[in-house]
Ligand binder design. Structure first.
Ligand SMILES: [Zn+2]
Length: 197
């Protein structure tokens, strides 16, 4: 079983580990995973030390643990429809930074995101799914994009900006170089996570 002590790795190296895992997923060669109770009993019942945080979408096809080929205890994950950020999500990520001392956050958008599709086509200021699509609609207006996949990528920029504006804990860690925030995009058609910037 792979065990990664994040203290021995830089944020860039941890990102490489995730991308290596994604390559295993893409190539249909997942490594041994600790997806069983015996692994938890062996090493995880007394605490967790995940080495990366993921902010991603609740989409059933975009499970971070699977597409990065990771097991129990490795990722600290916040998922909402569209990867949208409300107060609880913000505090979840703050917990990851302040208490779990995680130094890598991946903001993971994806192809064919239902929330981005809906936001692209829904009228402004409608009541349905308002909290989910409001920010995506702001991004749509700003960027003038007509493609929901492009909107999902632009939304990553918005999400990063929002985290830094709304959270002093995240901003401080980021400014001090203790937290790397990496934007990324998952393509369903080829299983690849590509880095955005
Ligand atoms: Zn989605």
């Amino acid at each position: 079983m792979k065990k990664i002590d994040s203290e021995n790795y830089s944020a860039d190296e941890l990102l490489d580990i995730l991308l290596e895992g994604n390559a295993c997923f893409q190539n249909n060669t997942p490594r041994v995973k600790n997806h069983c109770f015996c692994a938890m009993k062996e090493t995880l019942t007394n605490g967790q030390k995940p080495y990366a945080m993921i902010l991603g979408c609740s989409d059933s096809r975009v499970c971070p643990e699977i597409i990065f080929d990771t097991g129990l205890g490795e990722l600290f994950v916040a998922r909402t429809a569209g990867g949208t950020i409300g107060p609880n999500v913000l505090e979840t990520l703050e917990y990851g930074v302040a208490h779990l001392k995680i130094k890598l956050l991946v903001i993971l958008a994806h192809q064919d995101c239902g929330v981005m599709k809906y936001a692209l086509n829904a009228p402004l200021y409608n009541d349905e799914l308002e909290n989910l699509i409001h920010h995506a609609q702001c991004v749509k207006t700003q960027m003038g994009t007509a493609c929901f996949n492009e909107l999902a990528k632009h939304y990553c920029d918005f999400a990063k900006h929002r985290l830094l504006v709304k959270s002093q804990i995240i901003k401080k860690a980021y400014d001090e170089g203790k937290l790397k925030i990496q934007k990324a995009y998952f393509t369903l058609e080829n299983g690849k996570v590509e880095l955005l910037d």
